[in-house]
Design a protein around this ligand. Structure first.
Ligand SMILES: [Zn+2]
Length: 412
């Protein structure tokens, strides 16, 4: 199984699938089709049924039930695109056999080192087979490890018909990294009652709570006048932007918060005297606090307008996704089954709220409750990304155990 996982992951990561938030098409980049088409062929080759790919790049397939027993259809999902934060062009994966617990030289020429001092988690992987980058790209184990694990689990189940199971659906989807993963996902066509995204990080991660999320755009209109004759005329929109930002709780920012603490994050500021645009994201696990944050920003904008004249500042807030915990809590047994699957494999389940969202955050609100399980990867979205093949194998077995448990537990 390890060789299959290595073969799959190293093949998939070499295909550039970076998404692009500036493009409105789905998939946002045509190159995502390269991997989608390859995966469609592979799903057919391993013997999956009902392999379909729609015009928006949503690839689905079925592992038919092999029992008469009534069992709910469950799904497994992973995304084909890679993060926009770092290049995914010309990925050259490197395989480290029997990792010895030392610093890893990723790139001799550029002297890029994956060091234990910076990344102490490396010591968890002594004896493992690791896959790293060559220091010039991200790896793309997020989420191609998830794809490899789902594919390998399906292949395993097809080769082991003695393992009884209900109908299983799999989907590989575009554009997760730009927050548009499930936008055009056809939940009805997928036809699963529950699903799991295989898109988490280190061994044992099991997540069913995410942030509530909104994006806010603040536009400040100033007046530019020659600085020599500007007295009582110039309105400097950059300075109003600075004033506005100071009116928000400054310690409620990503760099000062953890666990269940929410925040305002000024992601981007683009300003001149005449006009300044500020892009914030607002995050909170608690729906009430989330709503309060949006109200607070609105109040701050109103105050600035009261001081500098109405129309100085405009505010647009758009909700992005909600805490999937609200939708998963009523069907908590699907989390329990995943936890039990891990227990059976001696994997300590780590149940923590996600400080972000996953495709499951949106899917759960589209009627498909979808917790997230680990892939085994570390340091996603950058050049220090790596993954343990040993833990990929455990993720694959976790998928298989979940499938078995739905059969044996008679879960509804
Ligand atoms: Zn991901």
């Amino acid at each position: 199984m390890k060789q299959d996982l290595i073969q799959r992951l190293t093949t998939y990561v070499k295909i550039d699938t970076q998404s692009d938030p500036r493009e409105s098409s789905t998939p946002s980049t045509a190159k995502q089709w390269d991997l989608l088409n390859l995966l469609a062929e592979e799903l057919k080759e391993i013997g999956m049924d009902e392999v379909s790919i729609d015009e928006n790049g949503y690839l689905m397939a079925t592992l038919p039930s092999n029992t008469e027993k009534p069992i709910p259809t469950i799904g497994f999902l992973a995304h084909v695109d890679t993060a926009t934060d770092f290049t995914g062009t010309n990925v050259q994966p490197q395989i480290v056999e029997k990792y010895e617990g030392t610093d890893l030289l990723l790139n001799e020429k550029l002297n890029i080192v994956l060091s234990l001092r910076e990344f102490p988690e490396l010591s968890n992987y002594i004896g493992h087979t690791l896959i790293t980058t060559d220091g010039t790209t991200l790896l793309g184990a997020d989420n191609k490890a998830g794809i490899s694990e789902i594919m390998t689990a399906m292949h395993y189940l097809l080769q082991h018909p003695e393992i009884k199971h209900g109908k299983i659906r799999v989907a590989f989807t575009p554009d997760e990294e730009i927050g548009r993963g499930p936008h055009k996902f056809d939940v009805e066509a997928f036809g699963a009652k529950y699903a799991y995204t295989v898109d988490g990080g280190p061994l044992g991660e099991l997540q069913f709570e995410s942030f509530n999320a909104a994006g806010a755009r603040v536009v400040i209109n100033g007046t530019n006048v020659h600085p020599g004759t500007a007295k009582n005329k110039m309105v400097n929109s950059i300075k109003i932007a600075m004033e506005l930002n100071r009116m928000l709780p400054l310690d409620e920012a990503p760099e000062f918060t953890a666990g269940y603490e929410g925040f305002f994050h000024l992601m981007n500021l683009d300003g001149s005297v005449e006009k300044t645009v500020m892009d914030y994201i607002i995050r909170d696990h608690d729906r009430v606090k989330f709503d309060e944050r949006k109200k607070l920003l609105t109040r701050v904008v109103n105050e600035v307008n009261a001081k500098h004249g109405s129309g100085t500042v405009t505010l647009e807030i758009e909700d992005q996704y909600y805490n999937m915990g609200e939708k998963i809590e009523p069907v908590r047994h699907i989390v329990d089954i995943a936890q039990k699957a891990m227990n059976r494999l001696d994997i300590p389940a780590i149940i923590e709220p996600i400080r972000g969202g996953t495709d499951g955050s949106q899917l759960s609100y589209m009627g498909l409750p979808t917790p997230n399980i680990f892939t085994g990867g570390e340091n996603f979205h950058g050049k220090y990304e790596y993954i343990s093949v040993d833990n990929m194998e455990k993720a694959t077995h976790t998928i298989i155990e979940i499938v078995k448990l739905f059969e044996s537990e008679g879960a509804e």
